[in-house]
Design a protein around this ligand. Structure first.
Ligand SMILES: [Zn+2]
Length: 322
């Protein structure tokens, strides 16, 4: 298995192959998982652990980039099988791992309880004594290898990224966008921002991308999906698209069917960018690959538009969970 600097990419099995990753970092026989997928991913993670020659008791950390359920849904179930591991999570996310009822209720209100059970499984609480709040600059010591947590809002306010100076890489959750291998071309990886509900903040997202790029990592590891480079080109692509998506959202505000108009505009835009990137898969295939993300990006941009329009940002921000 290819594992530069002891970094293993694990397919969590969520949605489709090569869609949702968890990472295992191994240093001197000790392990740290970064993100974990859902309850249904736990066996895959334990198999990958065994494949790397580690036992469950050799894992010291599960680090969550943020508490969206495709990254964090399986945390309680996984930790129940890792006797030595602690959970590192953004201070804004910690209470939702200890008591996941609010996360569950919020997502169930959108998707329905039956779909939630099927897609994620019941969320298992994490004992408070195992939770470490990783504020900006917090350094996790993995057998002497420092993993530095950076507060990187913009996709979500409970988002951290992990800088691994030893490997010269960053684990970026959803802050540094999405990059699916099916859209790779001779020009390299294709990347797009994710603005899923309900905390998209373009100013913060631009700043977080700049902060990560300024570390000059050789590569980044977004959760969706796997190692990508070159980082500076990808950062430029993300900045351009965030501005364009915000402009589309503003244009959509006056349309009769705002949601449909914005969704179509984003589909056309990503299609044109993919074509310019040398990808020849066509609109139908693009929708297969990006349809779910286009829907979530549309919803998230609409939530942001409404928040801007009401300019009652403080109350909204205090209530926001995800
Ligand atoms: Zn997310």
């Amino acid at each position: 298995m290819d594992s530069p600097h002891g970094i293993h990419t694990i397919d969590t099995g969520f949605v489709r192959p090569q869609f949702d990753a968890a990472y295992l970092v191994v240093e001197r026989g000790r392990g740290a998982f970064i993100d974990c997928g859902t309850n249904h991913s736990v066996l895959r993670l334990l198999e990958a652990l065994a494949g790397a020659g580690l036992a469950p008791a050799d894992v010291d950390w599960l680090i969550l980039t943020h508490v969206h359920l495709d990254h964090a849904g399986g945390a309680g179930e996984l930790l129940a099988r890792l006797p030595q591991a602690k959970l590192a999570v953004h201070p804004r996310g910690a209470r939702h791992m200890i008591d996941p009822s609010q996360l569950w209720a919020g997502a169930s209100a959108v998707y329905g309880e039956a779909t939630m059970e099927h897609t994620y499984g019941r969320l298992r609480p994490v004992p408070a004594g195992r939770v470490v709040e990783a504020a900006d600059g917090h350094v996790i010591d993995l057998a002497g290898r420092p993993l530095r947590c950076l507060d990187t809002p913009g996709h979500a306010r409970h988002h951290l990224s992990v800088h691994d100076a030893r490997a010269k890489v960053c684990f970026t959750g959803d802050t540094f966008g999405l990059s699916y291998r099916e859209l790779d071309t001779a020009k390299g990886p294709f990347v797009l921002p994710t603005t899923s509900p309900v905390q998209f903040d373009p100013v913060a997202l631009h700043a977080s991308i700049d902060r990560l790029a300024a570390l000059e990592p050789e590569a980044v590891y977004p959760t969706h999906y796997g190692r990508v480079e070159p980082v500076q080109r990808l950062a430029g692509d993300l900045h351009e698209q965030i501005d364009a998506m915000v402009a589309f959202a503003h244009a959509a505000a006056s349309k009769r069917d705002r949601h449909a108009w914005l969704s179509d505009a984003l589909t056309d835009y990503y299609g044109a960018r993919a074509a310019a990137h040398g990808w020849s898969g066509g609109r139908k295939r693009l929708k297969e690959l990006l349809g779910m993300d286009i829907e979530l990006n549309t919803q998230g941009l609409e939530v942001w538009l409404d928040r801007e329009a009401h300019s009652d940002g403080n109350a909204q921000a205090q209530n926001a969970v995800r």
